[in-house]
Design a protein around this ligand. Structure first.
Ligand SMILES: O=C(O)c1cc(=O)[nH]c(=O)n1[C@@H]1O[C@H](COP(=O)(O)O)[C@@H](O)[C@H]1O
Length: 244
């Protein structure tokens, strides 16, 4: 369990997914949540705004997770990573199913940049049944995630994206510095909407998540700033209870 000294320290480890369709809605969301330090820009917003949203976030001195989930042949992912490198974002995603050569090529393109490449192991919307019946993979979810994470580790990536349910085993295998970035977070602990593998924020940190990614539980709350503050407070309280 990370040692959080203040709600601000928790806030630094919670990445809020800026899943809105337009630049003006993104700017309004930033204004409504000034205490958020780390934002994720995904496919929806980046396709709508291009790099303009990154400039807005930089002007506000926010950390940036550019979640473009690259997935292509090695030459193409490397070229995309080279094109993204000048943006100077903190995190960028690539699917580990790209394979070792593609992961290595993209990682090489980002060498000597501040951008940490994260390998998406198995989307948190996929459960054991879907993995077996649709993707025709007979591995258990934790085993599959471990195998995909091993590719990311071997390729020298900064870490992975996985469900918090798999974070503990990854931390045990590869240590603290190989990041576990965990979406699928639900304050109720129950998977809702399209998420299938969920944990509560406090359980996710306790399980070894380095960062949480949270979207709708904050953005669609009646009071998003209060929802964010409540989540930070829950993680802080949990830590204090665990270490009185
Ligand atoms: O790479 C991601 O960020 C990601 C990977 C994954 O396996 N699952 C997942 O939900 N995400 C992203 O995390 C965010 C989760 O949003 P909420 O389900 O609204 O909290 C979305 O922006 C997803 O695109």
């Amino acid at each position: 369990m990370p040692v959080f000294e203040s709600p601000t320290a928790v806030a630094a480890k919670i990445i809020v997914a800026l899943d809105v369709p337009t630049l003006s809605e993104a700017i309004a969301t930033l204004k409504a949540l000034p205490q958020v330090q780390f934002w994720k820009v995904g496919l929806e917003l980046f396709c709508a705004t291009g790099p303009a949203i990154l400039e807005v976030l930089k002007a506000e001195e926010k950390r940036i997770f550019l979640d473009l989930k690259l997935h292509d042949i090695p030459n193409t992912v490397a070229a995309a990573a080279r094109a993204i490198a000048p943006f100077g974002v903190d995190f960028l995603t690539i699917h580990t199913a790209t394979g070792l050569a593609g992961l290595q090529a993209a990682q090489a393109a980002l060498a000597h940049t501040p951008t940490q490449l994260l390998g998406v192991t198995l989307l948190t919307s996929i459960d054991a049944v879907t993995l077996r019946t649709q993707l025709q993979c007979d591995l258990e979810v934790p085993t599959y995630v471990k195998r995909m994470a091993s590719l990311a580790y071997e390729a020298g990536l900064g870490g992975i994206v996985c469900s918090a349910q798999e974070a503990a085993q990854i931390k045990t295998l590869w240590g603290e510095s190989f990041l576990r970035v965990c979406p699928g977070i639900r304050p109720t602990g129950t998977a809702t909407a399209d998420q299938a593998r969920s944990l509560t924020p406090e359980a996710a940190f306790a399980a070894g998540a380095s960062y949480l990614v949270i979207g709708r539980p904050i953005l669609t709350a009646p009071d998003p700033a209060q929802a964010f503050a409540d989540i930070c407070q829950r993680c802080l309280t949990e830590k204090r209870d665990a270490n009185p």
